[in-house]
Design a protein around this ligand. Structure first.
Ligand SMILES: NC(=O)c1ccc[n+]([C@@H]2O[C@H](COP(=O)([O-])OP(=O)(O)OC[C@H]3O[C@@H](n4cnc5c(N)ncnc54)[C@H](O)[C@@H]3O)[C@@H](O)[C@H]2O)c1
Length: 287
């Protein structure tokens, strides 16, 4: 299979990550169809994108005309069939294997046989997601970081059966989106999360072990280790639920105790303290 030239990009799931990926794609000149489960969620994503692009206009990083042109390239839908013309589909729905398997199987019946299917999963196996389709060679990981418009890295993940063409095409798209792509194989946590998740869990355990406050832990790691932001601030930004889920997934696969989420943040997740997106996590945020 040789990969198609990418002109039209589908994005499935326009939450924290998908909206950011859609924003990058329309800014890079791709025609984008974004699919959400309700029209209201889609509209909310469009409003967020319009807001962030307006900030770029205000900072003179973009002209008002370019903003309008970019927004005009974004089509919203609740119907997966509207992605039929996509050369590349980036999936950014909830981090649940079953939901992704169902989606990829549906997508296969909709997009052209040579269209590339990418998942933005953080901690699931791209190979396992690819097993939902009869043509797994076109499935790759494109793992963006949060917030996608600002974080320079995208991990381009080669699953067991990904073709080199699909990987190279995803890499080229990553570059056109203005990112610094790195290639890696499909191992738990890929590169950054394999290192960062146990490290963050160590930090969170120190909250209780050293009886240090979140503010002081953040200060310690920024002032003492040169981190650009403290671990509590970072986990709040990532989402407590996303971090717990990623930790559990890594622990399940690697069985290293450091991968397991500390009970404190499991309790926070259970209480709905999800960080920035819910208004409360280690810190409280104004909406
Ligand atoms: N948040 C992060 O820091 C981060 C970073 C990198 C990767 N990821 C990964 O990106 C993916 C999305 O994470 P997120 O933080 O954006 O989650 P999110 O909860 O903010 O957004 C997920 C969105 O997907 C929508 N959705 C669910 N099922 C759908 C379907 N079948 N079709 C269309 N839309 C659907 C939901 O309505 C929701 O708006 C996950 O796989 C996650 O692991 C997250």
């Amino acid at each position: 299979m040789s990969a198609p030239e990418i002109r039209a990009v589908g994005v499935v799931g326009l939450g924290a990550m998908g909206a950011g990926i859609a924003q990058l794609a329309i800014e890079a000149g791709y025609d984008v169809v974004g699919r959400e489960v309700t029209a209201d969620l889609g509209e909310r994503a469009r409003e967020r994108i319009a807001h962030f692009l307006q900030r770029k206009v205000d900072k003179e990083q973009m002209t008002a005309g370019d903003r309008e042109a970019a927004l005009a390239r974004l089509e919203l839908t609740t119907e997966l069939s509207a992605l039929a013309g996509s050369d590349l589909v980036v999936e950014a729905i909830v981090e649940e294997l079953d939901a992704k398997l169902v989606l990829f199987a549906e997508l296969e019946g909709i997009v052209r046989p040579d269209a590339i299917l990418a998942t933005n999963t953080s901690a699931l196996s791209v190979t396992e997601i690819a097993s939902a389709v009869a043509t797994p060679e076109r499935v790759v990981g494109m793992h963006f970081f949060n917030p996608a418009p600002l974080m320079p890295l995208v991990e381009i993940v080669k699953a067991e059966l990904s073709s080199d063409d699909a990987v190279d095409t995803a890499y080229a798209v990553g570059e056109r989106l203005g990112k610094q792509p790195v290639r890696c194989h499909d191992t738990p946590g890929f590169v950054v999360n394999r290192v960062l998740i146990p490290l963050l869990n160590d930090c969170l355990r120190v909250l209780d072990e050293a009886r240090v406050s979140p503010e002081d832990l953040d200060r310690a790691m920024t002032a003492g280790a040169g981190w650009p932001m403290g671990p509590c601030t970072l986990v709040d930004l990532v989402g407590i639920d996303v971090h717990v889920h990623a930790s559990e997934a890594l622990y399940e696969k690697l069985r290293e105790p450091r991968m397991a989420p500390p009970p404190r943040i499991v309790a926070m997740r259970n209480a709905g303290l999800l960080g920035r997106k819910s208004g409360r996590g280690f810190y409280t945020y104004e909406s």
